[in-house]
Ligand binder design. Structure first.
Ligand SMILES: [Zn+2]
Length: 254
């Protein structure tokens, strides 16, 4: 499949997902500046190519995303903000917002949820993309707390808060942000996917967007991602007979 060919945009994997192709704005909510690209970069690129407005909300500033102790953390946060904006621009995202919460310290609190609800009510997304808060173990690896917390806070913001005017009443009162019920959530980084989304033609864009997070792909890390991301996408694609796919647990909230 080539870029721009929209046939088979969404491929069923478990029999429980039937919609062919979502439309309308989308909002991606992730914990770290490069999480969206790694887990859903091909999907976001595809949606942009299909004419959807795709927005990104990053919940931490990524100021511990390095192993070199000589990094000044404020400088690292500023570097990662610039990298995130460059990657978002390359992907054609409609807006990008990064909260100034320290990397490794994300908590699912009302102060975090109100920021997600604000974006949901502002954007009124047809689809929210986040990651699985229940995912602890992947083989010999276990999931970062910020990833789990980002998924938990995003889902709690989607329901019940975003659609209920009695949550964060100040958003309606002071900012005229009407409640919005999100119809669909795509949960990535999940051990329980029910959909493998065809990103054939977009894997190169996914890898190139990740490469713009230069602080995260120093040394041989870019080489690792250049091998691992296509190989992971090929494995997901094989399940539904396409070249490359990204896997999600899709929730239709009605
Ligand atoms: Zn991360």
């Amino acid at each position: 499949m080539t870029e721009g060919d929209t046939e088979g945009a969404t491929t069923e994997a478990g029999g429980s997902v039937t919609e062919e192709r979502p439309t309308g704005p989308a909002l991606a909510v992730f914990g770290h500046p490069d999480d969206a690209e790694i887990s859903a970069g091909g999907t976001l690129a595809r949606w942009v190519a299909e004419g959807r407005d795709v927005h990104l909300l990053v919940l931490t500033n990524g100021d511990r995303g390095a192993s070199d102790p000589s990094w000044d953390r404020a400088e690292l946060a500023a570097t990662r903000r610039a990298e995130t904006e460059a990657a978002a621009s390359f992907l054609g995202l409609a807006s990008t917002r990064i909260l100034d919460i320290h990397d490794g310290e994300l908590t699912n609190t009302p102060a975090v949820r109100v920021e997600i609800v604000r974006e949901i009510r502002r954007i009124r997304p047809a689809t929210v993309v986040t990651c699985d808060p229940t995912a602890w173990f992947f083989g010999n690896y276990f999931n970062h707390a910020d990833h789990r917390t980002a998924g938990e806070a995003a889902l709690d913001a989607v329901f019940p808060a975003a659609g209920n005017p009695l949550f964060f009443e100040e958003l309606l009162r002071d900012e005229s942000l009407e409640p919005w019920s999100v119809p669909e959530v795509w949960v990535g980084w999940t051990p329980e996917p029910n959909l493998h989304h065809d990103i054939t033609g977009y894997i190169e864009k996914k890898v190139a967007a990740l490469a713009l997070h230069a602080s995260q792909v120093a040394d041989d890390q870019l080489g690792f991602f250049e091998k691992w991301l296509p190989s992971e996408a090929e494995e997901a694609g094989r399940k539904v007979g396409v070249q490359h796919a990204e896997s999600f647990r899709v929730l239709r909230l009605g």
